[in-house]
Design a binder for this molecule. Sequence first.
Ligand SMILES: NC(=O)C1=CN([C@@H]2O[C@H](COP(=O)(O)OP(=O)(O)OC[C@H]3O[C@@H](n4cnc5c(N)ncnc54)[C@H](O)[C@@H]3O)[C@@H](O)[C@H]2O)C=CC1
Ligand SMILES: CC(C)CC(=O)C(=O)O
Ligand SMILES: [Mg+2]
Length: 371
Amino acid sequence: MKLEIAVLSGDGIGPEVTAQAVKALEAIAHSFDHTFTFKDALVGAIAIDKTGNPLPEETLQLCADTDAVLFGAIGDPKYDNDPSAPVRPEQGLLRLRKELGLYANIRPVKAYDTLLEKSPLKRNIIEGTDISIYRELTGGIYFGKKQLNEAGTVASDLCEYSKEEIERITRLAFKAAQKRRNKLTLVDKANVLESSRLWRKVVTEISKEYPDVDLDFLFVDNAAMQMILNPSQFDVILTENMFGDIISDEASVIGGSIGLLASASVGDTCCMFEPIHGSYPQATGKGIANPIAAILSAAMLLEHFDLLEESQAIKNAVEKALELNLTTPDLNSINPLTTEKVGDFIYDYILNPEDSNINFENIHVGQSTII
Ligand SMILES: NC(=O)C1=CN([C@@H]2O[C@H](COP(=O)(O)OP(=O)(O)OC[C@H]3O[C@@H](n4cnc5c(N)ncnc54)[C@H](O)[C@@H]3O)[C@@H](O)[C@H]2O)C=CC1
Ligand SMILES: CC(C)CC(=O)C(=O)O
Ligand SMILES: [Mg+2]
């Protein structure tokens, strides 16, 4: 298969982790005889620095013209610490999602058997957890009208949803549940918010088309608690934009690190694949960022194009790295690997999964040896 992929590495650790995802895709192209072409473009703080615009028109055009977008992360403390900055890196990402019509963000959350001891949560609580979060991505409070009064003393952000916006992601979530364990949980705040009551109404209506799927509802505050107390109760979680943003970062604790959580953002015509984490600016250039979330986002890209064996090859390499403890300091404080070395191992393993001669000794950083 020929695929043209726009690569938007962005800021902070974005370029470091995205480079490892591109490497994994190159290994797949080589092993399975595909042609993947990568085209770099600017987004975020680096785009503001170079062009004054967090999403330059040529970046947007490239993303619209290519088959898929591989996204790193955006964000820089110089904007986070300046509430009056006239343009912000996050606007680039939000506009990109909106312009490409990426209304559904799918975030898998898994407790890997080999990492059960690494989560701060107890092994018996997280064991077997396998959740797919369907987060609405182009509506809600992040996109509603923003206001600040002239005195700068009163501010508001409107949370607005239309029936159509709810319907389209709801159908995707029900279809996903049918392919999984036939359970869908709508997370909302329908005891307080009018927008959440519309979600409940629309989702309940649509559930009649999927009688084989059990639907239940959870208020988001309770859902946040259940995610820690009993995460394996969840199959597919459907939720609006901000709640999905928050509970998925919370859910990343189950796997042991946010550096493991990938996502696919899809719409009717375009698709983008992005780790759920941000630009982790404190780690920039230090080689300590976990590249697995970015690499698994590349696996989701392949799955999107029905390249299932190829996607599985990436996942197998990731699982091997986790099994052998070939990971970054977030998961391995004793003898960690650098971001690049984790990427190298995964690259080598994809090319040669049977080869027991992969040179593990040279893989760890510092003095320590491997296994
Ligand atoms: N999709 C995106 O591009 C996102 C961008 N951001 C932006 O990123 C910047 C930093 O935001 P934060 O709230 O600090 O969130 P963050 O996700 O960048 O980092 C939070 C914490 O998660 C951990 N972490 C994140 N990525 C990791 C990785 N690959 N490996 C190991 N550990 C990792 C670190 O402990 C870090 O302190 C801000 O400017 C924010 O706006 C935040 C979230 C998403
Ligand atoms: C930086 C925000 C715009 C987005 C975010 O936190 C996310 O999509 O996870
Ligand atoms: Mg987030």
